[in-house]
Design a protein around this ligand. Structure first.
Ligand code: SF4
Length: 480
């Protein structure tokens, strides 16, 4: 699902860690392995593609380095579905081009959505880049680089048909060992009027159930505790293959695998939250009562023009069904302000809906007119200044909701997945509750007690911050 610029993931320099892959090619004793430094931009789906590229390279004898200056290859996997993401991608590429400037023998390779969207133009605009690879060609990266003429006359490779991900991919982990994303499908068949993803990533392609179960088993065997299912629309899983099992069936299969403690679903579609999905989530405690359902707006007219396929009352009915079947479920959503033709009354309807539902987490984005989408040609345009004012107002409404929710948790004991030492202080550990997805939902700062990274431990919550909590690790079984 989209909002605007993917705050999902900041730029992540990949630390050297052990590949979750089979035995790489034996190296001849005198040959120093080639090294790759990589940056993965955009969403977790793109991060999985980065892991697949690095899995292929390490299988071919490459080594991953966390230092660009020590790399033979600089790899940028870009996001590019909206202008702010394109700008971030170009800035990152130019940053690494400066590293290459000092060492001309180093290669700079760019992959991902920016390449798929602007391929040929990029060759002129970014001459520093040695090779551009599209979103369907990236699995062949290692093979492409092994070709004698890898770098030369044809710096753009983006002709492959939509990549199907049918096999179990060798992946080099870009996440802490206790957490992994499972990409269950690629592409999207919705066609929302503001969105370029179907044009960049192609139609919906669900990965075969048995492949996903095999990949999940590999991840569980590698020690993963939290498995997060991702796709453009996870709730559309299987709908492109007649008779193919759906998301509920997949979750049941994955929940039967030993090892996972938490199974989380991101990027659902408000019109696809079926009774079967809710019943499956209610029946299995490992499947977290957490639903990410980007509603995008709250006024019927705007939702109709966005091509979302549901109305305001449908949203309220879906929320009511979720809260009936999964009491206490965590709800995350994403909305957009400034869509062409959005009036003050439309905006007020959105504010009222956000107040009425009281989502746990809310992403607010400014509409971004993207060339090639129907909505980009529509009017009347909402002035940027006005769109920003509306975003501020909506965030203020949500801040009050979050404050009350977090305050109500103080004094209770929650299960927290300990993730490591806080970047803010060596005296603080950080972790997340079941209601907090990585990178987007706030976290728990642990001020006392002994924590084990990758373990789920009871934490008494002692203080609420605007979007985070403070807490102390307590003995197992200790109640509020
Ligand atoms: S077309 Fe709609 S459902 Fe599909 S990725 Fe874009 S916003 Fe999401």
């Amino acid at each position: 699902m989209v909002g605007s610029a993917h705050p999902d993931m900041d730029i992540k320099a990949l630390k050297t860690s052990k590949p979750r892959t089979q035995n790489p090619e034996p190296k001849t004793p005198h040959q120093k392995p080639q090294t790759v430094f990589s940056v993965s931009l955009g969403c977790p789906k793109n991060l999985v593609d980065t892991e697949i590229m690095l899995g292929g390279l390490t299988n071919a004898g490459w080594e991953v380095t966390g230092t660009p200056a020590a790399a033979d290859l600089l790899l940028v996997n870009t996001c590019g579905f909206i202008e702010p993401a394109c700008k971030e991608a170009v800035d990152t590429i130019l940053d690494l081009a400066r590293v290459k400037a000092d060492r001309p023998e180093v290669r700079l390779v760019v992959t991902g959505c920016l390449v798929q969207r602007y391929g040929p133009e990029l060759i002129q605009d970014l001459p520093e880049v040695d090779l551009f690879i599209g979103v369907n060609d990236f699995p062949a990266l290692a093979e492409l680089l092994a070709r004698p003429q890898a770098f030369g006359a044809a710096p753009l490779v983006h002709q492959a048909p939509p990549y199907a991900y049918v096999g179990v991919e060798a992946r080099y982990p870009a996440t802490p060992y206790h957490l992994a994303y499972l990409k269950i499908a690629e592409g999207c068949g919705h066609g929302c009027t503001f969105c370029l993803i179907p044009q960049i990533r192609g139609p919906l392609r669900s990965r075969p159930l048995n492949t996903l179960v095999q990949e999940a088993e590999n991840l569980a065997a590698a020690g993963v505790k939290e498995l997060i299912c991702v796709a453009q629309d996870t709730t559309a899983y299987g709908r492109d293959v007649p008779g193919h099992p759906g998301i509920a069936a997949l979750l049941r299969e994955v929940a039967a695998i030993d090892g996972f403690r938490w199974i989380r679903l991101l990027y659902g579609h408000p019109a696809r939250i079926t009774p079967e999905l809710l019943a499956t989530m209610a029946a299995n405690p490992r499947i977290l009562p957490y639903l990410d359902i980007p509603i995008q707006h709250g006024h019927n007219e705007v939702l109709r023009r966005m091509g979302r396929g549901y109305g305001r009352q449908d949203i309220l009915d879906t929320v009511r069904r979720i809260r009936t079947t999964l009491p206490g479920a965590t709800l995350r959503t994403t909305v957009m302000v400034g869509f062409p033709g959005e009036t003050e009354a439309h905006f007020q309807a959105l504010c009222d809906l956000i107040t009425e539902v009281g989502f746990h987490h809310l992403g607010v984005f400014l509409y971004s007119p993207e060339a090639g989408t129907p909505a980009a040609a529509w009017g009347p345009k909402v002035p940027r200044r006005e769109a920003r004012r509306r975003a501020r107002l909506l965030k203020a409404i949500q801040a009050k909701i979050v404050k009350a929710r977090l305050k109500a948790l103080v004094g209770t004991v929650a299960e927290v997945l300990v993730e490591g030492v806080s970047p803010e202080s060596d005296y603080l550990l950080t972790g997340r509750m079941t209601s907090q997805a990585p990178d987007i939902d706030g976290q728990v700062y642990i001020t006392a007690g002994t924590g084990q990274v990758g373990e789920i431990q009871p934490v008494r919550l002692t203080r609420a911050l605007p979007y985070d909590l403070l807490g102390e690790i307590v003995e197992a079984g200790e109640k509020a």
